[in-house]
Write a protein of this length. Structure first.
Length: 401
C-alpha cells in the first residue's frame, strides 16, 4: 500500500501493478456475465438509521454499508480549520471553516484549537506531507484508540525499533512517514491535545446534534445507495478489487473524498454528508469520484515515463483524472447521473457553465447552451493519452473486453 497526495486532495491506493493484474484476472472470470441493471424503486419505506453515537452503521450486513464516525469527523474538522485549502476541488466542504467559525462565535466558544491555530497552521509550510496525516483517523476505530496510538508513537520517539511489539512497530513506521522529525511530532502532540479540548467543549455536542438533524438524510442516502446506485456500480467494484468496504458520511468533506484501500475486503471511502435529503445523490457522486481513483492512477502510471513521474507529471493530472474518470464511470454504469455529476463538480470548483458566443451566417450572435460535460472537460483538462487510458481500462473492467 502506498500514499499519494494530489494537489486537490488525498488518495491512498494499492500499487498499480497489482491492481492491473487483479483487473485482468477478474475480467476473464466475469466477461460473460450480463451487465447489472438498476433495480426498480421499491414501494416500501427506506430503512431508518440508528440513534446517533460516536460510531453508527445503518446495515452492517450489506455490501458497502453506510456509516458515520465521530473521531474521523473530528480529525478532519481539525485539519479543515488549521490548513489552507485553495485546491480547485476543495479538500473540505467549501464553506466549512467559515461556518464553524460563525457557529463557535455565536456559542461563545474558544478552545485550544483556536488558541493554537497559528502555530498549527504554520507547520504545513515546513512539511506539506502533513496533509496526508488525515488518513490516521480512518485507520483507527475511535478517538480513544487514536489518542493511544499517538501516545505510543510519541513514546517511541518515531522509531519503530523502540516499539513494544511488531504490530506497534508497523504502526510507528507508518506514522513516521507523516511525522518524520521532532518538530513534526511536537506538532502532532499539540494538535491532538487541541482536538481533545475542541471535542470536549464544542465538537462532540455539535456532532451529535448534526447526526440527529440529518437522520432523514442518512436514511435517504442509504436507500438510494443500497437499492439503486450500488448495484449499478457493483460489477466495477468487484472487478477492481473493491467488492465491499465501509462508506462513511463525513460532515467536513465536500467533493474531495478520502479513500483507504488496504485489501480486497478492507476498503474505506469517506464522502460528504449531504445537508438535505434532496442532495443525497451528491454522496454517490463523490463515491464514484473516489472509486475510480484506482483506474485513474493506473491509466496515468501506464502512460508516463519514470522521469516524468519524478518530475511530478502524474500528480499534476491526478485530480483531473479522478474528476473525469468519475464521469466516465457513471456514463457507463449510471448515465442518468452524468449531468448532475458534472454540475456538482463544476459548482464545487466554482466554475459556472457559460454559454459560448457563436457568430452565425447572418452575422447575428447566438449563445447556445454549453453542455455540463463540455464545461467539465474544459474546467478539468486532461491529456488525451490519460483520458483514453482511463476509458480503455473502464471498458475492460465493465465491458469485459
Amino acid at each position: 500500500m502506498w500514499s499519494r497526495s494530489r494537489s486537490t486532495g488525498l488518495w491512498r491506493v494499492r500499487p498499480v501493478a497489482c491492481v492491473a493484474l487483479a483487473i485482468a484476472v477478474t475480467v476473464t472470470a466475469s466477461a460473460s456475465a450480463p451487465a447489472q441493471q438498476p433495480p426498480s424503486q421499491p414501494s416500501s419505506p427506506p430503512p431508518q438509521p440508528p440513534p446517533p453515537s460516536s460510531s453508527g452503521t445503518v446495515h452492517s450486513d450489506q455490501l458497502w454499508p453506510i456509516k458515520t464516525r465521530e473521531h474521523v469527523d473530528l480529525w478532519l474538522h481539525g485539519f479543515a480549520l488549521v490548513q489552507d485549502d485553495s485546491a480547485r476541488v476543495p479538500l473540505f466542504r467549501r464553506s466549512y471553516r467559515d461556518d464553524m467559525t460563525v457557529m463557535k462565535n455565536k456559542a461563545n466558544v474558544f478552545t485550544k484549537l483556536d488558541a493554537n491555530h497559528d502555530q498549527l497552521h504554520a507547520r504545513f509550510a515546513a512539511n506539506r506531507n502533513l496533509t496526508n496525516a488525515q488518513f490516521l483517523a480512518i485507520e483507527t476505530g475511535s478517538w480513544e484508540e487514536l489518542k493511544q496510538t499517538v501516545s505510543a508513537f510519541l513514546k517511541a520517539n518515531g522509531d519503530p525499533n523502540h516499539a513494544k511489539n511488531r504490530q506497534m512497530a508497523g504502526m510507528v513506521a507508518r506514522m513516521a512517514a507523516y511525522f518524520p522529525t521532532a518538530s513534526d511530532r511536537d506538532w502532532l502532540q499539540l494538535f491532538v491535545a487541541s482536538l481533545d479540548d475542541e471535542r470536549e467543549h464544542y465538537y462532540h455536542a455539535y456532532w451529535v446534534e448534526q447526526q440527529l438533524a440529518r437522520r432523514p438524510v442518512l436514511a435517504t442516502v442509504d436507500s438510494l445507495w443500497q437499492r439503486v446506485e450500488r448495484p449499478r456500480l457493483q460489477r466495477f467494484l468487484n472487478d477492481t478489487e473493491q467488492p465491499t468496504g465501509d462508506l462513511l458520511l463525513s460532515l467536513p468533506l465536500g467533493a474531495e473524498g478520502r479513500t483507504e484501500q488496504a485489501s480486497k475486503h478492507n476498503n474505506i471511502v469517506a464522502v460528504e454528508f449531504p445537508d438535505s435529503s434532496g442532495r443525497a445523490i451528491e454522496a454517490i457522486y463523490v463515491f464514484a469520484h473516489e472509486a475510480v481513483g484506482i483506474v485513474a492512477a493506473a491509466a496515468i502510471n501506464d502512460n508516463i515515463t519514470p522521469a516524468q513521474r519524478r518530475a511530478g507529471l502524474g500528480a499534476q493530472y491526478s485530480s483531473a483524472a479522478a474528476v473525469r474518470g468519475g464521469l466516465m464511470l457513471l456514463e457507463r454504469t449510471a448515465p442518468d447521473l452524468a449531468d448532475g455529476y458534472c454540475r456538482f463538480y463544476l459548482d464545487e470548483a466554482n466554475v459556472p457553465i457559460r454559454a459560448a458566443s457563436v457568430t452565425g451566417a447572418t452575422g447575428s450572435g447566438v449563445s447556445p447552451t454549453v453542455s455540463p460535460k463540455s464545461a467539465l472537460e474544459a474546467a478539468f483538462p486532461l491529456p488525451d493519452i490519460f483520458r483514453d487510458g482511463i476509458a480503455k481500462q473502464l471498458d475492460v473492467v465493465i465491458g469485459g473486453i
